[in-house]
Ligand binder design. Structure first.
Ligand code: FES
Length: 107
């Protein structure tokens, strides 16, 4: 379990308790957050779960795999150095406090 804070495109912050092993994407979808679409349900086929990982969390996450790096080329909003696909970010206790920001659009 870890608390993850999501910043919606309108700047609103929402903090959720996310179970270990769940993805940052799945918790956001279950909570009905507006800044995410996740059209493919986590199968790395849509890039509509794009988020920006805030400091200092980016360095604490496993780096994106080749498939995620390729899919990040398809994000609708600006791709930044801290862009990740939230379906690939798996929560574990050490990520307590992780903060991600959703871009202004996903598709
Ligand atoms: Fe489709 Fe993440 S939910 S790529």
């Amino acid at each position: 379990m870890a608390r993850v804070t999501y910043i919606e495109p309108d700047g609103r912050a929402v903090t959720l308790e996310v179970a270990t092993g769940h993805s940052v994407m799945s918790a956001a979808m279950e909570a009905g957050l507006e800044g995410i679409e996740a059209q493919c349900g986590g199968n790395m086929a849509c890039a509509t779960c794009h988020c920006y990982v805030q400091d200092p969390w980016l360095e604490r996450l496993p780096p994106p795999g080749e498939d995620e790096r390729l899919m990040l080329q398809n994000v609708a909003a600006e791709r930044r150095d801290n862009s990740r696909l939230s379906c690939q970010l798996i929560v574990r206790p050490e990520l307590e406090g992780l903060t991600v920001e959703f871009p202004e659009r996903q598709s």
